[in-house]
Design a protein around this ligand. Structure first.
Ligand code: SER
Length: 388
């Protein structure tokens, strides 16, 4: 099953059950959203989860590109991508969580042909404010799917305040042996689908009030499921990364984790640029800057002569096409090359400044401020230059 087949199967399954397809939005969340980038399918729908009627009705399905920066420090982790697509479904005050879990189980096992013995669920175990999610527990028990209770891992929120609720997550066994242990006990259980019972709103003082309606918000990581259905344990093994696996190793000989990181971060940078962001020292622009600089740091570790001008145009075009971004690939390349030039200049200056006797010993806060304010050298770069 290709990624396209996964999307079609998912969307048609829910359309057959009364869901209308919403057009996914860009990575830039609507005004007022507390996050820099859309990091899950629900962001563009926040006003409708809070009670504003949606023009397409109460049952929605969507494919939404998302960006998560939590994994930026990971070195090419095989199950996380910085930019990925989330398949999502919503009940805006319509059906309840058990219905959603029923369909989830049915689609995974019948629609995608996953052996039910390879599934494990987790369910919210309750805390001082909200009781355990016994309805979800019963749903899983009726199907014979093993369940683990957790507290923090099964509570979903979009920030410290706003819509939130208990969730039930579905994991797939990826080990070569028969399934064992539980999702929190063995990371060969990989999370694929989260069903959130989005019915609370957290206020500034930490208390919870009911949302005007009881919603369901589900999210399934497309590349992760596609890779598993294609017999790949790493998301980089799925069909979407075929051009990257084919072209990058011939260009830059790096180890496997670095290859994953370079592919992930460059692909993410292309999408972020395609959505109109430009490198800067704050907010979204800084995330983009870090993506590009991380790639360059990895590439230059072994060979400082490597340069982004060699990046095959096919990779930029393939990414823009996949994310349906109508942007000139030459513009994207120009942004990448400008940032590379700026970073090279900064490193050069940084090396010269740090060679001064004043900076040979340990640095204090005043030194870091001086290096930043006078020479434009951020703290993390200073630390990296002194280590390297
Ligand atoms: N909002 C939930 C998540 O991001 C489900 O879509 O996991």
């Amino acid at each position: 099953m290709t990624t396209k087949d996964v999307v079609r199967t998912f969307v048609e399954y829910f359309e057959d059950r009364g869901h209308r397809r919403v057009t996914g939005s860009t990575l830039l969340p609507p005004p007022g959203d507390p996050v820099l980038f859309t990091s899950s399918g629900m962001h563009p729908l926040t006003p409708h989860l809070e009670g504003q009627p949606h023009p397409l009705g109460r049952r929605l399905v969507n494919v939404q590109r998302c960006l998560r920066t939590t994994d930026l420090e990971e070195d090419g982790d095989p199950t996380h991508l910085t930019v990925f697509e989330m398949l999502g479904t919503w009940s805006l005050g319509d059906y309840e969580g058990q219905q959603s879990l029923d369909w989830g189980y049915d689609l995974l096992t019948e629609g995608f042909g996953i052996d039910p013995r390879m599934l494990h669920a987790t369910v919210f175990g309750g805390d001082g404010q909200v009781g355990p999610d016994t309805a979800s527990l019963e749903s899983w028990q009726e199907r014979g799917v093993p369940v683990e209770f957790t507290v923090e891992d099964n509570w979903w929120s979009n920030g410290s305040t706003g819509p939130c609720g208990p969730d039930s997550e579905i994991f797939l066994w990826t080990g070569d042996t028969p399934p064992e242990s539980t999702p929190t006990g063995d990371d060969r259980w990989v999370e694929v689908w989260n069903h959130v019972m989005m019915r609370h709103r957290r206020l500034d003082d930490g208390s919870l009030v009911p949302l005007p309606q009881r919603n369901i918000d589900t999210g399934l990581g497309l590349e992760r499921l596609a890779a598993l259905l294609q017999g790949q344990k790493s998301v980089y093994g799925c069909d979407l990364f075929e051009p990257w696996r084919r072209l990058v190793p011939g260009l830059w000989q790096v180890d496997e984790p670095s290859l994953r990181l370079v592919s992930d971060h460059l692909r993410s940078a292309v999408v972020v640029i395609g959505d109109g962001v430009r490198p800067s020292n704050t907010d979204r622009g800084y995330v983009l800057r870090r993506l590009v600089r991380r790639v360059l740091t990895v590439l230059w570790r072994d060979a400082p002569s490597r340069q982004l001008v060699d990046l095959p145009g096919e990779l930029v075009q393939h990414t823009l096409d996949h994310f349906r971004q109508d942007v000139d690939p030459q513009d994207v390349r120009r942004v990448l090359l400008d940032e590379e030039r700026r970073f090279r200049g900064l490193l050069e200056r940084g090396r010269q400044v740090l060679a001064r006797p004043r900076f040979h010993g340990p640095l204090d806060e005043e030194d870091f401020h001086y290096l930043h304010d006078t020479h434009g050298l951020p703290r993390d770069l200073v630390v990296a230059l002194r280590q390297g």
